[in-house]
Ligand binder design. Structure first.
Ligand code: NAD
Length: 315
């Protein structure tokens, strides 16, 4: 396991502490990782003989990581991305699995689902979805690798749909957190989740007409949307943002509340807004637009209902 090296407050290196205690004391304290997991701060060394590569970094670091990995991995390696987010470039949006495929010249599947990390670490039951683009046998190998009695994985032939579900639900979770912070209740939150799901489906299909409706009923779809809007860090920080009346920025709250972990929803809302703006789709996506404008401080938190409802009343 490659570990981005950090020096802990006591002066020790994170990778050394992981190898000594078998625990990631900064990001997943209290959970033993298994003796077969060795933390390696040297990226090139960590990947050099790998046949199967699992990517799970915050998405904003992937461009840099791919640069470092280029030409350093086996040509026959298979990749899978657990990363939620997208890159927006001049030529259009690029999903992270596509970035990995293009930069490294390998096939890349995705794994998404209702999978809040610390619950999985405690071996509480959950489901997940592998999305693949080409060969079913590759997807089946990933399913076999990830499946345990408490983690049930199924594969669908819709890599874009699965990845967009995982990416877009973080925007909806910001909306759900704002509703919680404004103490508007469960009915309002359910309304935001319903509109969010509609926008997730519409946006995915506009970007990739091949995306299947059935994908949204897999774990990566409605189940991940529910868990992220009930628990999860995007909801939590958005709740605090609304409670503070939008006076403390998301960046400030992220640093204070997440202690090094990264929010994905705010960045994803900004990236998706760029796509909406570029393609003239803003009117079609009032919830996604409102989340971005609120998180940038351009609209008050209460706009999550007013703005979204006014614009989507007749849809
Ligand atoms: N945490 C979850 O519950 C969960 C569940 C499913 C998927 N994911 C996805 O997995 C990905 C990673 O999320 P996470 O929760 O493990 O991480 P995180 O958002 O908590 O960020 C912390 C991680 O980023 C690494 N990091 C910090 N600075 C870095 C840098 N400059 N370069 C590279 N790495 C750096 C840290 O070592 C640490 O592993 C995200 O795309 C997220 O959406 C997370």
């Amino acid at each position: 396991m490659w570990v981005f090296e950090e020096t802990l407050p006591g002066g020790e290196k994170l990778s050394e502490v992981i190898n000594k205690t078998n625990e990631n004391v900064k990001y997943l304290p209290g959970i033993k990782l298994g003796k077969n997991v060795i933390a390696d701060p040297d990226l090139e060394n960590a990947v050099k003989d790998a046949d199967m590569l699992v990517f799970v970094s915050p998405h904003q670091f992937m461009e840099g990581i791919c640069k470092l990995l280029s030409g350093k991995i086996k040509a026959s390696a298979e990749g899978i991305s657990l990363i939620k987010g997208m890159e927006v470039k001049k030529e259009g949006p690029c999903m992270i699995s596509t970035l990995i495929s293009n930069r490294l010249g390998i096939n890349c599947s995705v794994l998404m689902g209702a999978n809040i990390a610390n619950e999985i670490a405690m071996e509480k039951f959950s489901e997940a979805t592998v999305g693949y683009s080409q060969h079913q046998e590759v997807a089946e190998r990933w399913v076999q690798l990830f499946t345990t009695p408490y983690f049930i994985v199924s594969a669908v032939h819709d890599v874009e749909g699965v990845e967009l579900c995982g990416t877009l639900k973080n925007i909806v979770a910001i909306g759900a957190g704002l509703v919680d912070g404004l103490e508007m209740g469960n009915n309002t939150k359910a309304a935001i989740m319903r509109l969010g799901l509609k926008e997730m489906i519409a946006f995915s299909k506009l970007l990739f007409p091949s995306v299947k409706d059935s994908t949204f009923f897999e774990s990566c779809g409605v189940a991940d949307l529910i868990t992220t809007c009930m628990g999860g860090r995007n909801r939590k920080v958005a709740e605090a943002y609304a409670k503070n009346g939008g006076k403390r920025s998301f960046d400030e709250l992220e640093a204070e509340m997440l202690k090094g972990q990264k929010l994905q929803g705010v960045l994803t809302a900004k990236e998706v807004y760029e796509v909406l703006n570029d393609r003239g789709w803003i009117e079609k996506f009032p919830l996604f637009s409102a989340v971005n404008l609120i998180s940038q401080g351009l609209l008050p938190p209460s706009a999550i209902v007013q703005h979204t409802h006014n614009k989507s009343r007749y849809s």
